[in-house]
Design a binder for this molecule. Structure first.
Ligand SMILES: [Fe+2]
Length: 304
């Protein structure tokens, strides 16, 4: 048992710089303030925590999410759980030809909505259906701590990175994905309105976590194409070295899903990647809620 902010939490740490299981809590019940404060403090310091064996109604998941801020309504409302605009379905399950949710999302390292002026902050996933094959769980999600990655950089690289800004390109990332994706996983191309809403932006390459004050590397493999003022060609080897550092094996926690899991991560202090090693008839269904960030890390919209 760890005593955090006066409340005792039964925490099992993953042994990695990120990832901790909180045991003995039923999130369908209202949490008293001291228990909530302890969970929030653990979440801030760890970046990714989870609870097994939960069974939350959509209302209960939204209520838990709302303790952390105002639940976001995802722009792709066609993937909302009917009647619940705050619950975004992540699923490969189909209704006829159409996926009921966003399928095979985030299959390389990234942080959510980092290409927006105000990037996403917290994400919560509730596992409703988890794919398996021959008893083996599929569709793992991997997490890395960007705070730990910053702390373990050599001083020279850290000083240099502190002065850089990353260029984040949503359209380019989507085009690259379309080429890499299996045909079964194809998505419709972006509409003109979606493109207009997602111009290229730059952010500070290292951000300061608003609660812990820790410095966190913010560039990521999926969306950062260069450093501002530097060509993609010159940026590529530095970005590659940083990505390898952030996601090296000993720094990564791999979450093996169980039905009933609630997992939550902080997009400022972590990066994640979903493993797409399953396909129908192996079904995956997650209920996702999220909180938008209010911070802008020197965000600047770049001309096309
Ligand atoms: Fe994601």
């Amino acid at each position: 048992m760890d005593t955090v902010q006066g409340a005792r939490l039964d925490v099992r740490y993953s042994g990695k710089p990120v990832g901790a299981e909180v045991c003995g809590i039923d999130l369908s019940q209202h949490l008293d303030d001291s228990t909530f404060a302890a969970i929030k403090q653990l979440f801030d310091s760890n970046g990714m925590i989870f609870f097994r064996g939960q069974s939350l109604t959509p209302e209960q998941q939204i209520a838990f999410t709302a303790r952390f801020g105002t639940p976001d309504k995802h722009v792709r409302q066609e993937y909302a759980l009917p009647g619940y605009p705050q619950i975004h379905l992540i699923s490969n399950v189909k209704d006829g030809e159409r996926s009921i949710g966003s399928a095979y999302a985030g299959d390389d390292w990234h942080t959510d909505l980092c290409f927006m002026r105000k990037p996403a902050r917290y994400a919560f996933l509730h596992a409703i259906e988890v794919p398996t094959r021959d008893g083996k769980v599929l569709g793992d999600t991997c997490f890395a701590s960007t705070a730990h990655a910053y702390d373990t950089l050599d001083a020279e690289t850290r000083d240099w990175l502190d002065r850089q800004r990353g260029v984040f390109r949503y359209h380019r990332a989507q085009e690259r994905k379309q080429q890499q994706r299996a045909r079964d996983h194809a998505r419709p191309p972006l509409t003109a309105a979606q493109k207009a809403a997602t111009p290229d932006v730059s952010h500070d390459a290292v951000i300061t976590h608003p609660e812990t004050g820790r410095r966190c590397i913010y560039i990521n493999k999926t969306y950062t194409f260069s450093f501002e003022g530097m060509s993609e060609e010159d940026s590529a080897p530095i970005l590659k070295r940083l990505h390898e550092h952030i996601t090296r094996d000993e720094a990564v926690y791999t979450h093996k899903w169980q039905t009933g899991d609630i997992i939550m991560w902080d997009n400022y202090s972590t990066q994640h990647m979903a493993v797409g090693d399953y396909a129908l008839p192996q079904r995956r269904l997650m209920h996702r809620t999220a909180i938008c960030g209010v911070e802008e890390f020197g965000a600047r919209v770049l001309a096309e």
